[in-house]
Design a protein around this ligand. Structure first.
Ligand SMILES: [Mg+2]
Length: 254
C-alpha cells in the first residue's frame, strides 16, 4: 500500500491524545483537571467521574450499547459540572495551561506541515475537547483540515453554554459515519489513508472501503489486546522515543 501512495490519493485521520501527543503528555481533558483557574469542586467531580467510568471505558467485554450509555452518562456529568463551574475566563487559563503541558510527538508536526504543503487533508478525530486541541495545534502551527471533537461554547456573559457539536464525541462515537457529510464528500475520491490511533475503539475511525496504513501507538493498558487486534495494523509503536520512520517515508512520497 505504501508503494502506491501519492499526493492525489492520500489523506490522514488521526487520534490526538497519546497519538499526536506523547504518552506522558497532558491530555485535552487533563488540562481542565489540572489548571490553576479551575475550582477544586470541579476537579473533584471530574476525578470522581474518571474513577467511576474509566474502568467501564476500558472494558472491552461489555456490551457496546451498555458501554455507550455509560459513556454518554459520563459525558453528560462532565457537561453538567462545566455548566455550573466553568466560565470562559477560567477556560482561557485552561487553554494557556494546555499549551504549556501538552507535548507533541517528534516528527508529527513536520509530517503535518509536509502534508499540508502537498494539499493532503488531515483530520484529527478525538473524544477530547476540540477547543483545547485546536489551541495547542495553532500554537505549534500544526496544519489540519478539521478537528472532530467536543467544542465548548460560552454565552455572551462568559458562561458555559454546552457543546457546539450536536452529538457528544465519546470513545464509542469516534466513528467515520459521525463525520459531517461535507468532510466525507471531500475524501470520496481519496483511496489511501494513514490512520494513527492508540485505543482499540478507534478502529471505527475510518471507512472500510479504502486502503489503510494503520499505525497503533499501543498504550501499556491495551497491551493485553495486542494479539486480538494484530491483523488490522501495520505498525505498533510502544515508546515515546520511537522510530517514526514511516512518517519520514510517507513525507518523501508527498
Ligand atoms: Mg488517544
Amino acid at each position: 500500500m505504501l508503494d502506491t501512495i501519492n499526493k492525489n490519493n492520500f489523506w490522514v485521520i488521526t487520534d490526538f491524545d497519546r497519538t499526536v501527543t506523547t504518552w506522558e503528555s497532558m491530555t485535552a481533558f487533563w488540562a481542565i483537571e489540572t489548571a490553576a483557574s479551575i475550582p477544586q469542586i470541579l476537579k473533584d467531580i471530574q476525578i470522581t467521574n474518571l474513577h467511576k467510568y474509566r474502568p467501564i471505558e476500558v472494558n472491552l467485554e461489555m456490551n457496546r450499547d451498555e458501554r455507550d450509555q455509560h459513556m454518554r452518562d459520563w459525558h453528560d456529568a462532565s457537561m453538567e459540572a462545566f455548566y455550573t463551574h466553568l466560565t470562559q475566563e477560567r477556560f482561557e487559563d485552561v487553554l494557556e495551561h494546555a499549551v504549556k503541558g501538552i507535548e507533541l510527538r517528534q516528527w508529527m508536526l513536520e509530517f503535518a506541515q509536509k502534508a499540508h504543503e502537498s494539499w493532503i487533508p488531515l483530520i484529527v478525530n478525538s473524544a477530547g475537547i476540540s477547543s483545547v486541541i485546536e489551541r495547542v495545534l495553532d500554537h505549534h502551527d500544526f496544519p489540519r483540515l478539521w478537528v472532530h471533537g467536543n467544542s465548548l461554547k460560552f454565552d455572551s456573559h462568559g458562561r458555559f453554554a454546552w457543546l457546539s457539536n450536536t452529538e457528544a464525541v465519546h470513545i464509542d462515537w469516534k466513528v467515520w459515519w459521525a463525520l459531517p457529510q461535507e468532510f466525507v464528500d471531500y475524501f470520496s475520491n481519496k483511496t489511501h489513508i494513514l490512520v494513527m490511533w492508540d485505543a482499540v475503539w478507534d478502529v471505527k475511525m475510518w471507512p472500510t472501503d479504502r486502503l489503510v496504513h494503520n499505525v497503533w501507538f499501543l498504550l501499556k493498558s491495551q497491551k493485553a489486546h495486542e494479539a486480538r487486534f494484530r491483523e488490522i495494523f501495520h505498525h505498533i509503536i510502544e515508546s515515546d522515543v520511537c522510530d517514526l520512520w514511516f512518517l519520514q517515508e510517507l513525507s518523501k512520497k508527498l
